[in-house]
Write a protein that binds this ligand. Structure first.
Ligand SMILES: Cc1ncc(COP(=O)(O)O)c(C=O)c1O
Length: 392
């Protein structure tokens, strides 16, 4: 008999499993469960994007592409980021990946080795830490607070820096909080990193989903940061293309070249059909993106108002498609709150603790659901709050 536990690598065994998945496995066992848990757009991928994918298949574009991705797609990516965020890249600085997920994985694996520190402001998306530990890297967490609208400060970054720091991960607009860094935050962080060799991994997957006056600015746009930033972006969120598995990384050519080498060995190239679809998405779908964003914005305002009205203090998110209500007034920790809500009202939301220690006391609600779905679920949350109040 093989003892499988004995033969697995220690690093793989120690990887923290996703708290989101764990919760949804439980929710999937409950009949009539209504979920506000998944960070996946409810819209169909715009038709013109699907049509160009179908066309590419009809004319037989079914082979591998170059490892880095189709040149016309990489060219469109550079045009798009210039037009939207005033970022200057050449197609050689771009690697097309299997979702933003692969770009994150490659960037961390390309840079981080045993004992290197990776600064991860929290609460944040769940993949950075497990990939860091898989490489032997050491995650160094920064706790972002509601008082500071969940923005990491230059002072916090300075405090976390050591001789061993290899990378700082910035993930804004943030999942789960919806926080966005301001220009002065970015300038302050750039100042802190100025004389170091620390590389920023800037996960900008929600950059197109910024609301109100907030116009997205990438840290790569700040003086001195272009050469020390790897920007990760993708098609899943703003183009509603989660299942197409398409994303990209952009950065200094020597770093992108090494990431391409790893990608060549483990992936070969991103799905060809998706790459053709991506060209259409970037070049001719501004109107569709805007329409989806307007709908998210409407839901965002509805959720913030409704949650505050029912007594859950909710910070107004500036981007992405999540709200992050403070649930401490319930007297429960975030795991218990979400579990009780699931058991009593069949509503699934994600405990804030799944996104790091500083997420404790909060819960993540995704508003990538129709308004009627949101209304039903928030109505049940309100009933739940009444119920637990009466029990006290
Ligand atoms: C902050 C963040 N980064 C990256 C991803 C990965 O996206 P994908 O691999 O679909 O591009 C997600 C998905 O939820 C996310 O929330």
């Amino acid at each position: 008999m093989i003892n499988y536990e004995k033969i697995k690598s220690e690093a793989a065994k120690q990887m923290r499993p996703s708290g989101i998945r764990k919760f949804f496995e439980l929710a999937s066992e409950i009949p009539d469960c209504i979920s506000l848990g998944v960070g996946e757009p409810d819209f169909q991928t715009p038709w013109s994007i699907r049509e160009s994918a179908i066309h590419s298949l009809e004319i037989g574009r079914t082979k591998y592409t170059s490892n880095a991705g189709l040149l016309p797609l990489r060219t469109e990516i550079t045009n798009f980021v210039k037009r939207k965020y005033d970022l200057n890249y050449n197609p050689e600085d771009v690697l097309v990946t299997v979702g933003g997920s692969e770009a994150i994985d490659l960037a961390i694996r390309m840079l981080v080795e045993e004992g290197n520190e990776v600064i991860i402001p929290e609460p944040c998306y769940v993949s950075y830490e497990p990939i860091t530990t898989l490489t032997g890297g050491v995650p160094v967490h920064i706790q972002c607070t509601e008082e500071n609208e969940f923005r990491v400060t230059p002072e916090q970054v300075k405090e976390a820096l050591t001789e061993k720091t290899k990378m700082l991960i910035l993930s804004y607009p943030n999942n789960p909080t919806g926080a966005v860094l301001r220009h002065e935050d970015l300038v302050g962080i750039a100042e802190v990193l100025k004389d170091t060799n620390v590389i920023v991994l800037s996960d900008e997957i929600y950059a197109e989903l910024c609301y109100g006056d907030e116009k997205y600015e990438s840290i790569a746009h700040i003086e001195g940061m272009h050469d020390r930033t790897i920007v990760v972006n993708g098609f899943s969120k703003s183009f509603s293309m989660t299942g197409w598995r398409l994303g990209y990384a952009m950065g200094p050519k020597p770093l992108i070249e090494t990431m391409t080498k790893i990608h060549q060995s483990c992936i070969m190239c991103s799905p060809t059909t998706s790459q053709y679809a991506g060209i259409t998405a970037l070049s001719s779908c501004d109107e569709e993106i805007l329409k989806m964003k307007e709908e998210y914005d409407f839901r965002r305002k509805y959720c913030v108002r409704k949650l505050n009205e029912m007594g859950l203090h909710t910070f107004e998110p500036k981007g992405a498609f999540y709200v992050f209500p403070n649930i401490t007034s319930s007297g429960m920790d975030s795991d218990t709150f979400c579990m009780e809500l699931l058991k009593r009202k069949n509503v699934a939301i994600v405990p804030g603790s799944a996104f790091g220690e500083s997420g404790e006391g909060f819960a993540r609600i995704s508003y990538a659901y129709s308004l009627s779905h949101l209304q039903t679920a928030l109505g049940r949350i309100e009933d739940f709050l009444h119920e637990i109040k009466e029990e006290k």
